[in-house]
Ligand binder design. Sequence first.
Ligand SMILES: *Cc1c(COP(=O)(O)O)cnc(C)c1O
Length: 400
Amino acid sequence: MRDQAEKTDTRIVHAGRESDAYGGGVNPPVHHLSTVIYPSVEKLVTRYDNITPDSRVMTYGTKGSPTSFALEDAVAELEGGFRSISFPSGLAAVAGALMAFLKAGDHLLMTDSVYFPTREFCDSILKRFGVEITYYPPCIGSDIENMIRKNTRVIYTESPGSHTFEVQDIPAISKVAHLHQIKLLMDNTWASPVFFKPFAHGVDVSIQAATKYINGHSDVMLGLVTTTREDWEQLRNCTWQLGQCSGPDDLYLTQRGLRTLGVRMKQHQNNGLQVAEWLKSRPEVRKVLHPALPDDPGHALWKRDFHGAGGLFGIELEPFAPSMVQAMLNRLKLFGMGFSWGGYESLIVPSDVQKDRLSGSWHFEGPLLRLSVGLEDPEDLIQDLEQGLCELAPQAGSLS
Ligand SMILES: *Cc1c(COP(=O)(O)O)cnc(C)c1O
């Protein structure tokens, strides 16, 4: 760990790089590796003897290389945890983290606002392996204590939820979790390590879908899990036992993307807010779901705990007919329609998540859209949305 006084932007540039080990090069090598050759049979049979939680030693291709260590060490430092390990996608990282800390007979408390494929993993594989799952309302705060059972081992959070943007009270949930020896996991993809420091707020295990902001260029699938020192060996061993590892080209591209995360997040924040504020002024828009807007229900918690907001937020439209909303989306030129987010380019998708949520937790009447505001000029993005929203004008409606 370097100088504790260094600011995040400085760490983003320097964390995880060891030029001396790269022959003086600025960046780590793209190390293609399966086999490690040992100079003697003695060295081969004792290869694990001196491995401590701190060591970064190559023993086999699944167990790390200079390329993976550079990215993992940088992300661990930025998240504020002890060490990170990479997975071949964000969802693999989510699944790996849950498997590392749960076993048959355990109970998991899972936020109802969770990324849908995480929910699917819980309801299929975790359930099949004998884990009980209860979904809780994301804004429950310290009342989560009432849902804890004798066998509750993990509380899982995602803040804000990536479709409905509820901000969770992570410090309050952490306090309850630790009182009952429960591990607190968090999917920190929305904020990235730039805008939320999970370990400073009491998280034990933090997950990043690096596919999104960390890589930032829509060309790599990758995930990372970071833990405290106490939880590191359990996560690392489970990851090794599962055989999870990532390709060197994807690891390299992700650490390359990471070096510009600071400037990108500032631009995503500025552009996102400009577009969100404009949408708020529009009569077609009933609500803007963006925690950095002062009248958002999550604003106070966001302001207390976060250092900023990325470009991902939602809008609830007035209750227009689906055909009108489709016509609006089809008319957009700069906003691409597609899954994922966090790349340099703007995206928009309908948020069809109501069917998956707990009954009674849904408070929207109009259709929801999710915007990932990219690095284009926000005035052009606003113009694109404006010409799309024309489809929702009353005369357009009566024609359709
Ligand atoms: C996309 C996403 C993931 C999964 O990442 P992939 O790399 O696409 O598998 C996990 N959590 C959140 C919040 C996401 O948006």
